[in-house]
Design a protein around this ligand. Structure first.
Ligand code: NAD
Ligand code: ZN
Length: 382
């Protein structure tokens, strides 16, 4: 089948000879992928920032598909169902899934990295193949996959597999109180949805910080918030203090994660990037600009798990840090309602629609933020 094939940092290619997935366990299903997306999390892999990302991996943890085969143990799904597949692989039975911590499932990835299994990610997240492909194997098919309602646009459905729930959980974890000033670092798909969601939790003011003007323009309109370019406001920490009577923001959200310091030209197969651990600037800004006793909510992904943070300031200011992979399944019922009622219109963030065959260009454009790119949807061949 045709699928994305990771060949090393900054090198991905479409490969017509990737093996078709098979049922490996009675609870598996196979889906024919209808749409998939490229996520900021894929960029950490692409940039060589996540340990144990193996050559031959097919990325893609945001996808919807039609069920074409089910294992003998699958009871809820049937062939022909069209499903959105949460990016977390969750068994539904372990101690963590029972607490609805679907992003921390123990059975799908018992390794020491603590994250649960994730489709199309590094072997630190279980080493599952992903959905930037014609077909994908979906383990624990009765747990995560959710049938797409008839009325729902497939573009909205694919964004419910990660982007919308992650932005929503970022705001939820931030413990926003009525009237709070919320600062979101990053105006990518996740930051955009975090800003939008912050209002749903009662924010009084929402400020988004990035340096890409086209994204700042978009988020200002889409989330009806303030948006500032960190290249023109001076030190963002000082700027936020001036905006908050010197107190700092009530809540800061990190929707950036580990940023690549280099590019294809100055990295040797990603080794330099991995050693450097990437940049943690946004997280520093978040910790340093939240008020004393405030909350920093982190959904940005840090591949090397020991990335340095200003922990001294966390202690001195008595900050609460909340962070996690989003538990997609937990949020879906509410978010499906929000999409139905027009509270959230996810598909507006899609700027690019690219045939799967053109995956190399699609990664380059999204990684370099060219051509006004916010979110790319990949269309497999019919
Ligand atoms: P993206 O690459 O599209 O967006 C990141 C944005 O951050 C860009 O617009 C970039 O210009 C901006 N940025 C870079 N440095 C910055 C800084 N110092 N301050 C402010 N903005 C800065 O990525 P995305 O798809 O929006 O994902 C964002 C992060 O969320 C990534 O780290 C991704 O891995 C993570 N993520 C986490 C989860 C989860 O469940 N926790 C799920 C999905 C994505
Ligand atoms: Zn994602």
């Amino acid at each position: 089948m045709l699928a994305m094939n990771f060949r090393g940092p900054f090198r991905v290619r479409p490969d017509r000879n990737m093996p078709e997935p098979q049922i490996e366990h009675p609870e598996d299903a196979i889906v024919k992928v209808l749409r998939s997306c490229i996520c900021g999390s894929d960029l950490h892999l692409y940039h060589g920032l996540v340990p144990d990302t193996r050559v031959g991996t097919t990325f893609g943890h945001e996808f919807i598909g039609e069920v074409v085969e089910v294992g003998s143990g699958v009871q809820k799904l049937k062939v022909g169902d069209k499903v959105m597949v949460p990016f977390n692989i969750s068994c539904g039975k372990c101690a963590f899934c029972k607490q609805e911590l679907y992003g921390n499932c123990h059975e799908s990835n018992p390794s020491a990295t603590a994250v649960g299994g994730i489709f199309g990610y590094s072997h630190t997240a279980g080493g599952f193949q992903g959905g930037q492909a014609e077909y994908a194997r979906v383990p624990y098919a009765d747990v995560g996959p959710t049938v797409i309602p008839d009325w729902m646009d497939p573009d909205d459905a694919v964004l419910l597999t990660d982007v919308v729930p992650t932005g929503y959980q970022a705001a939820e974890m931030a413990g926003i109180q009525k009237g709070d000033t919320v600062v979101v670092f990053g105006a990518g798909p996740i930051g955009i949805m975090a800003a939008k969601s912050a209002w749903l939790f009662g924010a009084g003011r929402v400020i988004v910080i990035d340096h890409l003007e086209y994204r700042l323009d978009f988020v200002a309109k889409y989330a009806q918030c303030e948006a500032y370019n960190f290249k023109s406001i001076g030190d963002p920490v000082v700027f936020i203090k001036t905006q908050t009577d010197s107190l700092g923001a009530d809540v800061c959200i990190d929707a950036v994660g580990c940023e690549a310091k280099g590019n294809r030209m100055n990295t040797l197969l990603g080794i330099k990037l991995l050693l450097q651990g990437g940049s943690t600037t946004a997280l520093h800004w978040a910790i340093n600009s939240v008020k004393k006793g405030g909350i920093v909510s982190i959904v940005g992904v840090y591949g090397p798990i020991d990335a340095l943070v200003p922990i001294g300031n966390v202690v001195n200011k008595g900050i609460t840090i909340r962070a996690n992979q989003a538990a997609v399944k937990r949020h879906l019922p509410k978010l499906i309602e929000h999409v139905k009622n027009g509270v959230i219109d996810p598909k507006q963030i899609i700027t690019h629609r690219v045939p799967l065959e053109e995956i190399s260009d699609a990664y380059h454009i999204f990684s370099q933020k060219l051509d006004g790119c916010i979110k790319t949807v990949l269309i497999p061949p019919r």
